[in-house]
Design a binder for this molecule. Structure first.
Ligand code: BTN
Length: 338
């Protein structure tokens, strides 16, 4: 069973207050007595909170005559400040953060079936059974972003795959803005930088024949992990945002950018879906390339010509016939000059 979402009882609030006071101090130092007085707790409690923060990865120096000072802040998402500065109205109204889950998508589907509102975001630092497309595993070590967004669009069921395209547009444009790298979409939902995968999306749905109950739009972005965390066969075609930029990426700010772009493109989708398809085409690296299509019982090559109004890939074969691909793997054939 997955844990309950983090809440903010008094003890956690005191710990957060200690962090705020230490961060706000001009010298960096605040004495234990001062912390205890300003929060209204005992010095023993201050000491216990300091130990708890050290356990979370903070390195805190204690100097007898001056007090405590933070020297290293861990790369952790924190429930207390994750919403701060997020400029969205629907997406992220309810954010649930977990240290570890089996899969944020599984949890989001469960939460949605129990009535969680549209825009709820389930985030985890790690996943033990992260799900990829076509039944694959999504290896989920610490340092990256793993989250799922609950959506309840009032659209016909056959249009649901377009939600993945909305997500791909949001992720590619957010990465471009936040990291200044040329992220591009490979059909249907891979985000690549110079040919290496940096993010993937997985959409799951509960629906009736003519109506969508809810969707979990799952997004995994390789941000700060060491590439060695991935098995060799995956590592060869993968990258991370920190490897591409040469800098550690602030995951909270990147998450904000993705959620903001997602809200923007989701709204566009609900009013003028053709605008999303146009943006997808601008950000994609598949169309006008020769591709090999495999998986889901198919194996052929052809020229990727475009996507149709349901987001399916149209591939022209040698004999001029057009194959419509709804699911599968696409490899861009390098070195082709035809
Ligand atoms: C793919 O490219 O194969 C899709 C990967 C999707 C991974 C994300 S991580 C958050 C969410 N939870 C999951 O179990 N999967 C998605």
């Amino acid at each position: 069973m997955n844990p309950d979402p983090c809440t903010l009882p008094f003890t956690i609030m005191s710990k957060e207050k200690i962090l705020k006071l230490l961060a706000a101090s001009k010298t960096g130092f605040v004495s234990g007595t001062d912390l205890a007085f300003r929060i209204g707790i005992s010095r023993t409690m201050v000491w216990k909170h300091i130990k708890a923060l050290e356990h979370e990865g903070f390195v805190i120096e204690g100097v007898p005559s001056q007090g405590y000072r933070i020297t290293t802040t861990p790369d952790l998402l924190r429930q207390a400040d994750i919403r701060q500065g997020l400029k969205t109205r629907i997406i992220g109204k309810d954010i649930r953060l977990f240290p570890e889950v089996a899969s944020t998508n599984t949890l989001a589907m469960e939460a949605a079936s129990q009535g969680a509102p549209e825009g709820t975001v389930i985030i985890a630092e790690t996943q033990t059974k992260g799900k990829g497309r076509l039944g694959r595993q999504w290896i989920s070590p610490k340092g990256n972003l793993y989250f799922s967004v609950i959506l309840r669009p009032d659209i016909p069921t056959h249009k649901a795959p377009l939600i993945t395209l909305v997500g791909a547009v949001a992720v590619a444009s957010a990465i471009r803005k936040h990291c200044s790298v040329l992220a591009a979409i490979k059909w249907p939902n891979d985000i690549l930088i110079v040919g290496r995968k940096v993010a993937g999306l997985l959409t799951e749905m509960s629906a009736e024949p003519d109506r969508i109950r809810h969707i979990a739009l799952g997004i995994g972005i390789d941000v700060n992990m060491a590439l060695e965390e991935l098995p060799l066969e995956v590592r060869m075609n993968s990258t991370t945002l920190s490897a591409e930029t040469g800098a550690n990426i602030d995951r909270r700010l990147l998450l904000h950018q993705v959620l903001q772009d997602l809200e923007q493109w989701y709204k566009v989708f609900l009013t003028r879906e053709s605008d999303v398809l146009k943006e997808w085409e601008l950000l994609n690296m598949t169309i006008n390339n020769r591709v090999a299509v495999s998986g889901s019982g198919q194996a052929f090559e052809g020229l990727a010509q475009g996507i149709d109004s349901e987001g399916r890939l149209m591939v022209a074969l040698e004999d001029g016939t057009i194959r419509i691909v709804a699911a599968g793997d696409v490899t861009i054939i390098k070195g082709y000059r035809g």
